[in-house]
Design a protein around this ligand. Structure first.
Ligand code: F6P
Length: 378
């Protein structure tokens, strides 16, 4: 009897997921005649045993497709909403895994998926993961599936905003996704020639941003492009958040922890419109007109770039070979022109922030980009 492997996609969708499914499936079928099933909607489908056969026909012609043919969700195996209650579904998942006599399970996802995958590996399942997220915030891998496509979309949006900003002599504030990290804003900001880039790793001072825009104006540049990562924070906001985190860390009992957690949540909710507020502040500090564009889920949609298809194909085929070699418990990372297995236990719980001295940041500063932290001299 041929062996069976399972695959699921979990967390926010990204372009390139289907290319990864195709690469894993075609390689295990071609090299060892394994069969493949895909669980629907991430860990939820695994808990509910909803699956489809990923045969050659299903995997054909999907390399160019965005999204994921399996569907996805942010459900966690150990805390899944079932009948209005949060349930630990890990044992049910193990039963389903055993029912199918799976040889291995491939989980394709971002930070949350790696934590979830580790919890299942601890239950004895043979797990392999692939890093995907438009946020590019997974440690130990050069990049993640989906980042390049999102970078291209955000960059071309900035290109288009340039012409309208220029014609109307306006400040255009563009918000990118990226959760709590700045890779997308930084990459697209540099590639799109942004004048200001604001990322979570560098707390900003709005007066400094306004001054850099006014300095451009004095030099005859009557428009400015400000790229803001969704997780960006002013110096004042950062201080408030740090104090709340400290309160949570110092909490002595469960009640205090709960209060601190809900204060942190309230803090994040209170700054939902922070990009719009920033644009208002810039208008009043500069006396120039500002407009806001929030790129949102556009950045996750549509056809994967060539680089993402290539990355997904490299990582997917390597994951398949790891399965054939029975080498489990690893994330397959991209490292220059190689792929390397990294223990999931090491990846889970880590986040790759933009280092303050990263060469992209240094390059942007040399190009005169303002990060809102240092006054620029013109
Ligand atoms: O992690 C990917 C991401 O697109 C983040 O950049 C963003 O903060 C989040 O997902 C949005 O999630 P959702 O699609 O669930 O609203």
């Amino acid at each position: 009897m041929s062996k069976l492997i399972g695959i699921l996609t979990s967390g926010g969708d990204t372009p390139g997921l289907n290319a990864a499914l195709r690469a894993i499936g075609k390689t295990v079928m071609g090299e060892a005649n394994y069969q493949v099933i895909g669980f629907m909607d991430g860990f939820r489908g695994l808990a509910q045993n909803r699956n489809i056969r990923l045969n050659r026909e299903v995997l054909s012609n999907i390399i160019t497709l965005g999204g994921t043919i399996l569907g996805t969700s942010r459900d966690k195996p150990h805390k899944m909403l079932v009948g209005g209650k949060k349930m630990d579904m890990r044992d049910v998942i193990v039963e389903n895994y055993e029912k199918h006599q799976l040889e291995a399970l491939v989980c394709i996802g971002g930070g949350g998926t790696h934590k979830n995958a580790q919890k299942l590996a601890e239950k004895g399942l043979n797990i392999i993961t692939l890093p995907k997220t438009i946020d590019n915030d997974i440690e130990f891998t050069d990049t993640t599936i989906g980042y390049d496509t999102a970078l291209g979309i955000a960059t071309s949006a900035i290109d288009r905003l340039h012409t309208t900003a220029h014609s109307h002599h306006r400040i255009i504030v563009v918000e990118t996704m990226g959760h709590n990290v700045g890779w997308l804003a930084l990459g697209a900001g540099i590639a799109g020639g942004a004048d200001v880039i604001i990322i979570p790793e560098i707390a900003y001072n709005v007066e400094i941003v306004a001054e850099s825009i006014l300095a451009r104006y004095r030099n005859g540049k009557r428009f400015s492009i400000v790229v803001v990562a969704e997780g960006a924070m002013s110096v004042q906001e950062r201080k408030v958040l740090e104090a709340l985190i400290q309160k949570k860390e110092q909490a002595v009992d469960e009640k205090d922890v709960k209060t601190a957690k809900s204060d942190i949540q309230a803090f994040y909710e209170s700054r939902k419109d922070h990009t719009i507020n920033l644009a208002h502040q810039l208008e009043s500090l500069t006396n120039l007109e500002a407009r806001v564009t929030i790129l949102g889920h556009l950045q996750r949609g549509g056809i994967p770039s060539a680089a993402d298809r290539l990355l997904a194909s490299r990582l997917g085929t390597s994951a398949a070979l790891e399965i054939l070699n029975k080498n489990y418990g690893n994330m397959i990372a991209a490292k220059s022109d190689q792929t390397v297995p990294i223990p999931i236990s090491q990846v889970a719980g880590l986040k790759k922030y933009v280092p303050l001295g990263h060469h992209w940041v240094e390059a942007a500063r040399k190009l005169g980009t303002c990060f809102g932290d240092l006054s620029l001299t013109f």
